[in-house]
Write a protein that binds this ligand. Sequence first.
Ligand SMILES: *Cc1c(COP(=O)(O)O)cnc(C)c1O
Length: 421
Amino acid sequence: MSSPVWHPFTQHALEPAMRRIVQTDGACLIDDSGSRIFDAISSWWVITHGHRHPAIMAAIQAACENYDQIIFAEYTHEPAEELARGLLRIAPQGLSHVFYSDSGSTCVEVALKMALGFFHNSGAQRRRICVLEHGYHGDTIGTMSAGERGVFNAAYEPMLFGVDRLPFPKPGQEQETLDAFERFCATGDVAALLIEPLILGAGGMLTYPASVLSELKRIAERHGTLLIADEVMTGWGRTGTVFACEQAGVAPDILCTSKGLTGGALPLAATLCTAEIFEAHLSADRRKTFFHSSSYTANPIACAAAVANLNVWDDEPVRQRIGALEVMQAEKLARFAADPRFGNVRQTGAITALDLTVPAGGYLSEVGPKLRAFFRERKLLIRPLGNVIYLMPPYCVTAADLDRAYDAIDEAAAWFAAGRL
Ligand SMILES: *Cc1c(COP(=O)(O)O)cnc(C)c1O
């Protein structure tokens, strides 16, 4: 039966029929035939503790007793107020205000506007944004402009604005990244560096050392350039700490969070900023207002889910759980460390990744969809980025689920070597 639904990042001419999910449970999706599919990528990186965490679902139900959407100009509500206080408590030091939106892309757009608005309102116009090569910040025009260019955005290229790109800090070439940033900053025209801390997600799970991030922050400070940490993927424990910036001892000027903010239950995003940035928009002159809003800004039910998520972090041993998962991931990944069928076997916190050795890599590498189908047949939700296979499981994952995933990766490599994939 054909469906009128147009799915994201889906080539409908090539994809098999969508598998229909009727329920979610812990680390699994359950389809209409009753099959349990291990969600090894946390449903595109949003689910943190596990699907349908009881405390978060209960908070959503309770919030429904009182709220639906409420206009967020002129009016406020307790879930948004409580969440903002909670976020500032858990986020890196130095952030003082919270601006809500509804997706990862929009919270990054908000961050870019805050940075440009900060300089505009301060009378020191700066026009450039610096980013890291292979970065990904979303699929809106602004965030695509800041992200890596390629097949994803070729059609929109004429509409994208230019940014200054730093080479990715490959091992042994970190200094080149720092030098490039220093050179761009020296022009005096760089408003902000927008960067994914420690690991670039959609760009291929590329990892770099925390020391690079601390050095970039030092350079930014010297030039009065703002640091925007895009923690949309890295936040909420994925890299081992609540936010990845912590590991670099870096306090960003602006921090973007979404995906795991509600534990993955509902869409919500927040852009946190320093008092300096907020105050640059504070004026008797209305032209200095921060002109941004989404209709669903600070949806109270989503905010209540996020407050419940913060409580889960306070009340449950989430950090220990992630620590144990890190160890488990390291142990299970180890078998591939010296395996010539794979390259760049790596781990950041609870995320592992490895590149299947293929003649032609990259996102459109033919092997990507074949691997995806191979895993799908084995009731595993794993979506390689081209030849880059990665696991980013929810924190409730069992050793047995992980074993099944790693065994399948091993088997997939064997099939590939035998020409069966
Ligand atoms: C997913 C992602 C985004 C975009 O988030 P959406 O909610 O999909 O708009 C932005 N930045 C990073 C680092 C991401 O991983």
